[in-house]
Design a protein around this ligand. Structure first.
Ligand SMILES: NC(=O)c1ccc[n+]([C@@H]2O[C@H](COP(=O)([O-])OP(=O)(O)OC[C@H]3O[C@@H](n4cnc5c(N)ncnc54)[C@H](OP(=O)(O)O)[C@@H]3O)[C@@H](O)[C@H]2O)c1
Length: 365
């Protein structure tokens, strides 16, 4: 049976506590220091992934435990070394490919250095993450009765591996597009790539608030470390697909905006009686798209560096989506702020939007 590895890390203190309840009540500085010295390790055995074709595979979660800010702030070599060590453990367990979860694919050159230092294939999982983000966004827009052809859209983190291709693909679906991140020069390069792909010229801005204000549809895929989208920036009736981990949408959006639909991007139902051997915070059988990409490549016997670096090929996004269907992977139902989104909730959001629009008409007249 073919074997894969997938590198994980805690996204926040809640994750740390879920893995080790003794961390409850400890200061983040202390926990960060402990994580800094914790070696890479084998976290759990993943069993029961069974394709529609009948093929079965298994894998391992390897922990390269740093918190998101440590991936950014610690010396690059130290961070790379822990991820490489996790990859070496996967190699010794018989894995032929490893996937890079969360910030392990964001750091530095997005997987190239890791791949150069291992004898097995490496993928960031970005291709399938992009495919599912697009699919989920358009499904959520339909649920909110937004016609993409008449909609304005924004991609946050548009210069990144995921954001760049999301911007290209989304530009074909919508009336107009805004792209945003912190570096204006990189945004201009992405704007050219979008224009080349769809013939549309996106608006470019580094001002996140203004980028979001007019958007009916938002895909957010920044590596900010979370919480950059505030309630005040979102248009009433907007749909936000939050692909970022930790999530870009702040908790206050859930608390204060009952007239927008926020969904978590990149969540996938895995075929077969899968058992992850650990609780990473999702319901049974639900995995992140980046994990699913690693599984799909293993089922296909495609032990190659598939999604690496910040220039993800659109052809690969199409291909992995096709392979996902072949093996029975499919988009999970909508989830928002760690809970499922029901049809009743969507109806309530739509009702709130209608009421707010009626009120604003009355106050104008
Ligand atoms: N759901 C899933 O299955 C899944 C899978 C893989 C990755 N992810 C998550 O998706 C996100 C993007 O991953 P990636 O590989 O595309 O990362 P990436 O290549 O590093 O891109 C990150 C993007 O975010 C922008 N950015 C960073 N900080 C920002 C801030 N404070 N405000 C606005 N923009 C900011 C960066 O541009 P500037 O530096 O110019 O601002 C860049 O455009 C990460 O959060 C990652 O953990 C999710």
């Amino acid at each position: 049976m073919d074997t894969f590895g997938f590198v994980i890390h805690p996204l926040d203190m809640n994750d740390v506590i879920r893995f080790d309840p003794k961390a409850e009540g400890k200061r983040i500085e202390l926990v960060s220091k402990v994580l800094e010295w914790m070696p890479a390790n084998n976290q759990s055995h993943i069993t029961g992934i069974r394709s529609k074709t009948g093929k079965e595979i298994h894998g391992y979660f390897l922990a390269a435990s740093f918190l998101p800010h440590q991936f950014i702030q610690l010396p690059r070599e130290k961070v790379y070394q822990k991820i490489i060590n996790a990859g070496k453990i996967a190699e010794s367990l018989g894995a032929k490919i490893i996937g890079l979860g969360g910030f392990t694919s964001v750091v530095g050159d997005a997987g190239h250095t890791i791949a150069e230092n291992l004898n097995i294939a490496v993928t960031s999982g970005s291709s399938y993450t992009i495919a599912t983000a697009l699919e989920g966004t358009l499904a959520a827009a339909r649920a909110m009765e937004i016609d993409p052809k008449e909609a304005t859209a924004t991609v946050v983190g548009a210069t990144g591996s995921i954001g760049r291709v999301c911007a290209q693909l989304l530009s074909r679906e919508v009336e107009s597009l805004t792209i945003t991140a912190r570096s204006l020069s990189r945004l201009k390069t992405v704007a050219e790539a979008v224009h080349e792909f769809s013939g549309k010229r996106p608006r470019v801005t580094t001002d996140l608030h203004s980028a979001l204000l007019g958007a009916d549809i938002v895909i957010s895929a920044s590596s900010s470390g979370g919480g950059i989208i505030k309630p005040i920036s979102l248009r009433s009736g907007a749909v936000v697909c939050d692909v970022a981990l930790p999530h870009d949408c702040s908790r206050e959006v859930a608390d204060m905006r009952d007239d927008v639909l926020v969904i978590e991007g990149g969540l996938v139902e895995v075929p077969g009686p899968v058992h992850f051997g650990t609780n990473f915070g999702y319901p049974p059988r639900i995995a992140l798209a980046c994990m699913a990409e690693t599984m799909i490549l293993t089922l296909e016997g495609r032990f190659e560096n598939y999604s690496l670096g910040r220039r993800i090929e659109i052809e690969k996004v199409m291909e992995i989506q096709h392979l996902a269907q072949k093996h029975g992977f499919k988009l999970a139902g909508f989830r928002s702020f760690n809970a499922p989104v029901t049809q009743e909730q969507i109806e309530m959001i739509k009702g709130n939007v209608k009421q707010l629009r009626q009120k604003s008409k009355i106050s104008i007249s």
